[in-house]
Design a protein around this ligand. Structure first.
Ligand SMILES: Nc1ncnc2c1ncn2[C@@H]1O[C@H](COP(=O)(O)OP(=O)(O)OP(=O)(O)O)[C@@H](O)[C@H]1O
Ligand SMILES: [Mg+2]
Length: 422
């Protein structure tokens, strides 16, 4: 697919479509190796001298490419007002910690804004204008997503920066987020089948593997179910690069940075020390796998003590066949073989290893998930369904139904201030 980042990108010219800012580390970041976005040195104000390139091997191309310069459309605020019916409430697709996402309309070919109802649907994120952290996230999104191209990363089409207004225009993902499918109960949302969960896991794993394969690895840092979006065929695409970071350089194993992310998903070494490893993303992936297997949220303060943090509660049960059966999401009952669920539990456990060195690479995780998908063995029909369902119902009773905002809050600060952990 196109240029498989064979060439180093340091010769790339600044683009006129590129926003006029330079990447800056936060004042609390302590890593000497730190650089934001496309790898500009922290002190540099130049644009286009990027160290962000992929390893030369074709093997690491993984169906994606890193564009030498971002190819993004610049919108005016009035353009985006027009295409969202003046940010009308009935255009809202969702609300996140940094802003609101609206449904908008653009011309399919030129991406020029059109009146609502004509052309192609896009998703427009309007950041809360008061937040300075919002600006950093917007900048990071443009820097990373503007140049990264892969079937499992959501496509950023353009942006707007006008006075205090910061907006991002993305391809529209008709099935919304994985979080909605796993945790929102309602007549309109069917429970995800085992096959679909596996398909989504594989897609998201490929997306992360691609990020980790570039020469200067990209650490995504905020892997969670709400950031996995689904197209009409349940292909998974990772969204939200606001917290993404370039990985360590030279012989360094990690970058040191402010602790940011989402409680319940962030890797323990990162929460405890601020040391961020590429493998910290693998831990977050393991947490999402666990959510997919159990149908339970990573963190739920409405669960009884000892059960609130899913990993702490359920991890010890993953290696035991009988216990595993008791924690699997009953809504997938009869859809998978015990061999498949055991393998899925094993790879989840490996992702959740305490020491990042012991976690597999995302490439290895992808391979295992693909092997599980290839298992053709049918589930054992003779298993007592009623017994299993009733035990699962009993176990799930304390489950709460939180909104996407609540999963960020978790009883901690809802504004992204303080420790900056969401
Ligand atoms: N490209 C898109 N297509 C369709 N729906 C989208 C798109 N991007 C976001 N959404 C919807 O908007 C919601 C809010 O997204 P947003 O990224 O702002 O917040 P979040 O992921 O829920 O939380 P956080 O702010 O912690 O990332 C998503 O959960 C999803 O339902
Ligand atoms: Mg998000």
């Amino acid at each position: 697919m196109g240029n498989c980042f064979g060439a180093k990108l340091s010769d790339s010219k600044p683009s006129s479509t590129y926003p006029s800012f330079s990447a800056r580390p936060s004042s609390t970041d302590t890593s000497k190796n730190y650089s934001n976005g496309l790898g500009y040195p922290a002190t540099s104000s130049s644009i286009g001298h990027s160290h962000f390139s992929a390893a030369a091997s074709d093997d690491t191309c993984l169906n994606g490419e890193i564009l030498p310069i971002p190819n993004l459309k610049i919108y005016s605020f009035s353009d985006l007002k027009l295409s969202t019916k003046n940010f009308k409430s009935d255009s809202v697709l969702g609300i996140g910690g940094f802003g609101t996402v609206y449904k908008g309309w653009v011309d399919e070919k030129t991406l020029a804004p059109t009146k609502a109802g004509s052309g192609m649907i896009v998703a427009i994120k309007k950041l809360n204008s008061e937040s300075t952290q919002g600006f950093e996230e917007w900048q990071s999104e443009v820097n990373f997503l503007g140049r990264l191209s892969h079937p499992n990363l959501v496509k950023l089409l353009g942006y707007c920066r006008e006075d205090k207004e910061l907006l991002l225009v993305y391809e529209f993902m008709p099935k919304g987020s994985l979080e909605n499918h796993l945790f929102r109960r309602g007549a309109v949302i069917e429970p995800l089948s085992w096959d679909l969960r596996l398909k989504i896991a594989i897609g998201a794993a490929r997306g992360l593997a691609f990020l980790h394969s570039s020469e200067k690895k990209v650490i995504y840092r905020d892997f969670k179910a709400s950031n996995i979006l689904l197209d009409g065929n349940y292909n998974a695409k990772i969204s939200d690069f606001g917290l993404a970071k370039l990985g360590p350089s030279g012989s360094n194993s990690h970058v040191t940075t402010r602790v940011m992310g989402t409680y319940g998903y962030a890797a323990p070494e990162y929460v405890e020390t601020g040391h961020l490893y590429v493998k910290s993303d693998v831990y977050g992936f393991g947490v999402v796998l666990l959510e997919m297997l159990t149908g339970l949220r990573a963190l739920d303060t409405k669960r009884p003590n000892g059960h609130q943090k899913l990993v702490d509660w359920v991890k010890p049960m993953l290696s035991n066949k009988r216990k595993l059966k008791s924690i699997m999401d009953a809504r997938m009952e009869g859809q998978y073989s015990s061999q498949a669920s055991m393998l899925a539990a094993q790879i989840t456990l490996k992702c959740l290893e305490g020491d990042p060195k012991n976690r597999p690479s995302m490439r290895e995780v992808t391979d295992v998930l693909e092997q599980i998908e290839a298992i053709k063995e049918k589930p054992n029909e003779s298993r007592s369904k009623s017994e299993h369902s009733s035990s699962h119902r009993h176990r799930q009773s304390p489950r709460s139904r939180q909104s996407p905002r609540q999963i960020n809050d978790h009883g901690f600060s809802s504004a992204r201030s303080g420790k900056n952990m969401r």
